[in-house]
Ligand binder design. Sequence first.
Ligand code: GDP
Ligand code: MG
Length: 296
Amino acid sequence: LSQYVGFDSITRQIESKLLKRGFQFNVMVVGQTGLGKSTLVNTLFASHLIESKGRLEAHESPRSTTEIHPVSHLVVENGVKLRLNVIDTPGYGDQVNNENCWDPIIKYIKDQHSAYLRKELTAMRDRYITDTRIHCCLFFINPTGHGLRPIDVTVMKKLADVVNVVPVIAKSDSLTLDERDLFKERIRAEMQYHDIRIYPFDSDEYEEEERELNERIRSLIPFAVVGSERNVVVDGKQVRGRKNRYGVINVENENHCEFVYLRNFLTRTHLQDLIETTALRHYEAFRSRQLLALKE
Ligand code: GDP
Ligand code: MG
């Protein structure tokens, strides 16, 4: 005789608890000045922004970024609250001497890991530790059509050691579709040649479906994106877009650019996995290195 006891409601119990707490996603943007980093981030989440803290309105503040600083946004969709922290970084590799220009960026990422570890190790630790670890690093590639600069290779490698790296081709409206596909292929080949391990990673835990999805993502990377903070009119409708000499680019049109693929990847399919991979792979590696060093 079996009696219903109701433990199947645990999924709803978890859901309601998580909904109350909300979610947190920390994304960092890295790349040369003027590649459209700030614009893209604003394009990604603008329509759902409820409030933003940490920066003046765009028209009040100088746009160029001189230091690493997080800007916190609250995005809400169907009652789900997402605290989105965007960490803008000063353009690297802009200088004549670019030696070690990536140090502050890597240090920032490691500092968040170390802050988390410190909180974890405190005796009276909080029930819920605020997570400032970077879950995703969008790496902006100059749309030259040629390939990666040596400094890009160096920096991507260093980043990939500590964070989930997602490369994007910036301002891809400056390339024709043929040029774009050739460029994408070249970048993928270079990343493979230099053994740059970018996200997503394979794991034994993934089911067939996840593997296939990741395979598809790997064949799309680097996402060729276009950003815009302006609306243009296409067929009488307002869309996010840019006008150029060939006509109008509709940012959200998959035939024009891969912005929608990137957004789906970040929000619909891989948000949770990016957060989990940060904890299980990058933070765990940091943590065990630190704890081993303590023992010695
Ligand atoms: P950041 O320095 O990397 O943050 O670059 P910004 O977001 O401030 O953009 C620099 C300039 O490039 C601005 O004038 C933008 O309007 C322009 N821009 C941004 N994204 C794109 C894009 O996808 N295509 C083109 N053609 N211009 C862009
Ligand atoms: Mg900027």
